[in-house]
Design a protein around this ligand. Structure first.
Ligand SMILES: Nc1nc2c(c(=O)[nH]1)N[C@H]1C(S)=C(S)[C@@H](COP(=O)(O)O)O[C@H]1N2
Ligand SMILES: [Mo]
Length: 422
């Protein structure tokens, strides 16, 4: 029997400690060096940066040069283009929940347009009593709301479906997700002003990029919590994220959150646009396909340790990761250090954020031997993240989108971490 009062006694195989450790255990971490050994940096010593006045003020701040390696990953564009493709968020280098704007993943179907906000607006027409056009300036005069939300590309984590476990980092595998504090106008306000007709069922959103990317949004979602976003993390949207105005559909697959929004066509039937017929549909093992798979399912991933962040020596480590669900609120994240044989409940940072990334943590004493770390999230909709095998059994080997399978990180005796399949 383990003593439930002692946060240092493992609660699951291979050294996982109770989540209570985050409340009580910090006193025993003992990572500080005794002062004699730390004398070179004692207060009397003046390093170069304290020997002369520092650098100038700056108009727009940038990260420390010592963090210059923290960059978006991939920057892969389709042949013959500069901007049609995706870059990924380096999840393993970030903490907390909010993704800095400069590291928010990008997915563009025809590059980043440079839109003059004075010459841009959003048209609402179709099955409405009063067709309207909203200038960007006019949108700013509506009551704004702010919400912290995740945005995930439905192609995220498809790397887990490769036949062999690829040697990739957390960001390379799972970095098509980010979370931001979005501020904008509830779409319901604008639809109300235009006066939606009784037979209206869908709103077809169209972007102002060269791709004219379009998606059909169920009217119920448009009236529920859809936002016309103007600000991301406190500042105006950046060009790559939809400046000057984008649609944001909380919890839904990323491609429906149309950037550079220019038109909302209210209709009684979906448009059957390219990106809801030939793309973003899920081919089933029997050859039929699921269309309109909107909410992103419950998911989690350990961001640290992860490939590239090796363990330096046996001892105490903080396992840190992200969990989210497009169907509601993450209720529980469990962590295993023995490849899924036993599980310990992780601590979830507060407050619990529905339809957002959430940070979870687990304390782990690595004994220096091989280990396999996994996380498993469940949500208040009753869904539990599946194993990779279970996901493949359900969706088939041709599936590509909407992968929410568990990620396993294998750790060898040198402390190196890599993507493994169980
Ligand atoms: N107009 C337009 N909207 C778009 C896209 C696009 O190429 N054009 N890409 C979509 C896809 S596939 C995703 S995943 C998200 C990405 O948003 P982000 O670049 O802000 O991360 O925007 C969506 N909205
Ligand atoms: Mo996407």
């Amino acid at each position: 029997m383990t003593d439930p009062g002692d946060p240092w006694i493992p609660v699951a195989g291979n050294g996982l400690l109770h989540r209570r450790w985050f409340l009580q255990g910090a006193l025993g971490v003992a990572m500080g060096l005794p002062l004699s050994r730390a004398a070179a940096t004692a207060p009397s010593f003046r390093p170069p940066w304290a020997s002369a006045p520092g650098g100038p003020l700056s108009g727009y701040g940038t990260p420390s040069p010592y963090e210059g390696h923290v960059q978006r990953i991939g920057l892969v564009s389709q042949p013959g283009t500069d901007g049609s493709g995706a870059s990924r968020t380096p999840l393993e280098h970030l903490e907390g929940v909010i993704t800095p704007n400069g590291l928010c993943f990008e997915r563009h179907h025809s590059g980043v347009p440079e839109i003059d906000p004075q010459r841009h607006g959003v048209v609402v027409h179709g099955r409405v009593r009063r067709p309207l056009r909203f200038s960007v300036a006019a949108l700013h005069r509506y009551p704004l709301v702010t919400r912290t939300l995740f945005l995930e590309c439905s192609g995220n984590s498809a790397g887990l479906l490769a036949a062999d476990a690829q040697l990739r980092t957390c960001g390379e595998l799972h970095g098509l997700v980010s979370a931001s504090e979005y501020t904008g106008v509830p779409l319901a306000l604008l639809l109300d002003e235009a006066g939606v007709e009784d037979d209206a069922r869908w709103v077809v959103a169209e972007g102002g990029d060269a791709a004219l990317m379009s998606r059909s949004v169920p009217l119920a979602k448009a009236l529920d919590d859809a936002l016309l976003v103007l600000y991301q993390n406190g500042e105006r949207l950046r060009p790559e994220n939809g400046y000057p105005v984008r649609l944001l559909l909380p919890g839904y697959e990323g491609n429906m959150s149309i950037k550079w929004l220019k038109r909302l066509h209210v209709t009684s039937a979906p448009a059957m646009a390219r990106n809801e017929t030939s793309k973003y549909t899920d081919l089933r093992p029997d050859g039929t396909a699921d269309q309109f798979t909107f909410p992103m399912a419950v998911k989690s991933v350990i961001t640290s340790p992860s490939p590239g962040l090796s363990l330096v020596e046996p001892g105490l480590y903080q396992i840190s990761g992200l969990a989210w669900s497009g169907r509601g609120t993450v209720r529980r994240v469990e962590v295993s250090a023995d490849g899924g044989r036993s599980w310990a409940e992780a601590a979830l940072d507060e407050p619990a954020r529905p339809l957002s990334l959430n940070r979870f943590r687990a304390a782990w004493r690595w004994n220096g031997g091989p280990a396999v770390l996994i996380s498993r999230a469940s949500d208040d909709h009753g869904d539990v993240q599946p194993t990779r095998d279970a996901w493949l059994a359900r969706h088939g080997v041709s599936a590509f989108y909407h992968c929410n399978a568990m990620q396993a990180w294998g750790i060898d005796a040198r402390g190196e971490v890599r993507n493994v399949y169980l």
